[in-house]
Design a protein around this ligand. Structure first.
Ligand code: SF4
Ligand code: SF4
Length: 367
């Protein structure tokens, strides 16, 4: 975590003469001290939902794993199962999807481990040190294999997100390093509501709910709030659009994200660093195929010890870039938030207030 008035963020811009191989090698020297020889190093990566093509490329991840090995670390590439039911709901499904997307032990020369076990519940509860903005989350359940690591390098594909405006390092840590219970805890902030006047009782949502929280009573859908995890799988599938997000849901969700990130990062004092890949900047996330056309051209790679600064610097670089044709009409310093109907900076401000880092940073360009 940052101590001085400005945090250091290092930036390798795309478009110069050096490839990502050299760029990552130089960037890695700025954060390599988080890895001690012999450390088991969790390399946290979203390996992409089935049908997505803009997730982080395996070659980028392989390069970081090789650099970790060069300083004596023992990397393993890791992520957790999803709360929604698609092709990464269990560890077995996730490993199959990861292999389809190019992430295997052979391609990475590094083990690929799903950190929260086969069903997604293996982990330990840790306290969240502080609560702000009436957030009820005072603990989060960190995935077992991540908690067991000695250090962590968080690799994040920076892109938009339907609920949080954008997905950067804060979200990658908050949602991606915890078990299903804590994913559900965060998603309760934005659980869909049901407008019964629109419900025809067709039963489609009942069949689709992965947690068997819905039933039909008197020709209307009824939700069991104890069973409902807030995964929002039902939100978009109802043919009558009977499910809707309550006002303030996206903003609350971001505050919950910051709290979960605080819990996870409390387990890695001075042993975690963040690398944001600001490329393939789609409006939607790597869970939502198709994730859409890029909003701006590829920008580069950022590295920092400060999770707040690295996300803020990434958004600032996107704000300075020229939008692509489809988004040229959007005049906004927060184009990803604008597209997704929220203020993306809420998660960054909340994370700063929780002591995870600072929004003031110094950007050092490395060519
Ligand atoms: S899918 Fe929509 S219309 Fe059908 S039962 Fe569910 S809420 Fe009602
Ligand atoms: S009812 Fe709850 S658990 Fe079921 S799909 Fe909807 S949000 Fe998910």
């Amino acid at each position: 975590m940052a101590q001085s008035s400005e945090s250091q963020v290092f930036f390798f811009p795309y478009g110069g003469k050096r490839s990502f191989l050299g760029g990552l090698r130089t960037l890695f020297t700025t954060i390599a001290h988080v890895v001690a020889p012999g450390d088991a190093v969790a390399v946290k990566v979203h390996m992409g939902e089935y049908g997505i093509s803009t997730y982080l490329r395996p070659a980028l991840v392989r390069r970081v794993c090789d650099l970790i090995k060069d300083v004596g670390g023992k990397p393993f590439v890791t992520d957790t199962t999803t709360l929604y039911a698609a092709r990464r709901f269990t560890a077995r499904q996730y490993l199959a999807t990861a292999a389809f997307n190019g992430f295997t032990k052979e391609s990475l020369e590094t083990p690929v481990i799903i950190a929260d076990g086969e069903e997604g519940y293996d982990g330990e509860w840790v306290s969240i040190p502080k609560q702000i903005y009436d957030c009820p989350l005072d603990r989060t359940k960190v995935a077992k294999e991540i908690l067991n690591a000695d250090s962590m390098i968080v690799l994040t594909h920076l892109k938009g997100h339907e609920l949080s405006g954008f997905g950067g390092s804060i979200k990658n840590v908050a949602m991606g390093c915890v078990t299903k219970e804590s994913k559900a805890g965060q998603h309760r902030a934005n659980r869909a509501e049901l407008d019964l006047s629109k419900c025809t009782g067709c039963g489609e949502c009942v069949e689709a709910c992965p947690f068997k929280a819905l039933s039909i009573v008197d020709e209307k859908a009824v939700r069991d709030d104890e069973k409902c995890t807030g995964c929002n799988h039902c939100l978009s599938l109802c043919p009558e659009q009977a499910f809707y997000l309550p006002p303030g849901a996206k903003e609350r969700f971001q505050v919950y994200l910051a709290h979960s990130a605080a819990g996870v990062l409390s387990q890695f004092p001075d042993k975690v660093a963040f690398i944001n890949f600001v490329q393939d900047i789609t409006p939607d996330c790597d869970c939502a195929p198709p994730s859409g056309l890029p909003v701006v051209s590829d920008i580069g790679i950022l590295a920092s010890m400060d999770v707040v600064a690295v996300d803020k610097a990434s958004l600032d670089l996107i704000a300075k870039a020229k939008p692509t044709e489809k988004y040229r009409h959007m005049v906004s310093s927060d184009i990803l938030g604008g597209i997704n109907g929220t203020d993306s900076l809420i998660q960054i401000r909340a994370a700063q207030e929780l002591g995870l880092g600072q929004m003031a940073y110094q950007l050092s360009e490395l060519n």
